[in-house]
Design a protein. Structure first.
Length: 115
């Protein structure tokens, strides 16, 4: 049986809410952090922010993706240096989820290359 594809109009794309949000438990910090996927503009800014300073990439993606219940960032860019001094276990857990929801995992990269 042939699958019929639906072709989208510009309005279909422009009006859909496609920014994923995930809650991650961080027991080391005594609670949970809400992470929001980056939009295209934010992803470009993130990529530019780690050029020449990839050592802080885990803290930078957490700073850019951690949001409150209204979707507003809870950290400022200036918090990167302080966040880098927090538990690596916590940062890596958050970084892993942030990378997944942004399609930045190796599996997602391979999938995109295959498509």
């Amino acid at each position: 049986m042939e699958v019929v594809k639906k072709f989208l109009a510009a309005q279909d794309v422009l009006t859909v809410e496609d920014i994923e949000t995930v809650v991650v438990d961080v027991p080391e910090w005594g609670g949970s952090i809400r992470l929001r996927a980056l939009n295209g503009e934010e992803a470009i800014e993130f990529a530019e922010s780690i050029k020449g300073d990839s050592k802080s990439a885990s803290a930078r993606i957490v700073v850019r993706c951690a949001v409150d219940e209204n979707g507003l960032r809870i950290f400022k860019d200036a918090d990167v240096d302080t966040l880098k001094k927090k538990s690596m276990k916590s940062l890596m857990r958050l970084q892993k989820v942030a990378m997944q929801i942004n399609g930045l995992t190796e599996e997602e990269t391979v999938k995109v290359k295959e498509d």
